[in-house]
Design a binder for this molecule. Structure first.
Ligand code: THG
Length: 267
């Protein structure tokens, strides 16, 4: 599983406050702790309340890069903010995200190619998040058609079915799990899939249990990446154990420790 740490997000009060006063120490510590806990990449989102998201994005990218070397996942709905982040990124970036709106999709495919970045594409259109799996598949097919025409590298593309909270869309989760599997059948080589895992438990109690249960089910169905909280130890244990059960890693008695040690060394 490709782990994208979710904690540098203006949705969280500590990040919002650090952004407002340009407190680099808070942001650097969040970056370092997530990477040490096993994050392969870091999501960066200045939050819906940011008054100057372009400058906030630049400052976050520069601040985080001075602390860790992992790819940064630039999370914003505005192209100007993404473009500023891409300009500031030293290493490979992930654009998070485009919708399946053809105009936006083509523009973002171009932007990703220009910067050799990966691209997350949401199966969302002008009518918002689909309520059923068929529409998610249709939009995924449309995204793949545009990516194909643009000559976009499949290894740089992530499809996101958009995970909904269990307390408002409980009956969609089973379908979303299966759509993760179906996305992989739409092209060769198979496109990768990603979800914003914590979406599933937003507004619910027992968030950690809901997150990790959904994650291991999605693992079985071939989920390749997740935006998640790597500081949630139970979640990380479930993830690593899931990889073991799926025979994606070799068993040894100390497999949990070994996993984190190998992550730390490569970071
Ligand atoms: N897909 C893609 N990108 C995404 C998402 C997605 N980026 C944002 C989000 N969804 C994933 N990241 C988060 C980060 C935090 C939370 C949920 C998803 C979260 N935050 C607390 C809350 O809302 O309850 C914040 C409250 C607090 O603790 O202060 O749950 O789906 N491509």
């Amino acid at each position: 599983m490709y782990i994208i740490g979710e904690l540098i997000n203006g949705m969280y009060r500590n990040v919002r406050e650090a952004l407002a006063v340009r407190n680099a120490a808070v942001i650097k510590a969040l970056a370092r702790r997530q990477v040490d806990a096993g994050a392969d990449a870091l999501d960066i989102n200045c939050g819906p309340l940011s008054k100057d998201p372009v400058q906030d994005m630049r400052w976050l990218v520069e601040t985080i890069q001075s602390e860790v070397a992992v790819p940064l996942c630039l999370d914003n709905t505005k192209q100007a903010v993404i473009a500023e982040g891409l300009k500031a990124c030293r290493g490979k970036a992930i654009i998070n995200s485009t919708t399946a709106d053809p105009e936006k999709l083509d523009a973002y495919l171009g932007l990703a190619q220009q910067y050799h970045a990966s691209l997350i594409a949401l199966t969302v259109d002008k009518n918002g998040v689909p309520q059923d799996t068929d529409r998610r598949l249709e939009l995924a097919a449309l995204i793949l058609e545009h990516a194909g025409k643009a000559g976009f590298s499949m290894s740089d593309l992530y499809l996101d079915p958009v995970l909904m909270p269990i307390n408002i869309a409980q009956n969609q989760l089973y379908g979303i799990l299966h759509v993760i599997q179906d996305f992989a059948l739409l092209a060769t080589p198979a496109p990768k899939t990603v979800v914003g895992l914590s979406n599933v438990s937003q507004g619910s109690k027992n968030r950690s249990a809901i997150n990790r249960t959904f994650l291991v089910m999605a693992q079985v169905l071939g989920l390749k990446a997740a935006i998640l909280d790597p500081l949630d130890e139970e979640l990380m244990r479930a993830l690593v154990t899931g990889e073991l059960v799926l025979n994606q890693a070799i068993y040894c008695d100390s497999y949990l420790d070994a996993y984190l040690k190998s992550k730390k060394q490569s970071a």
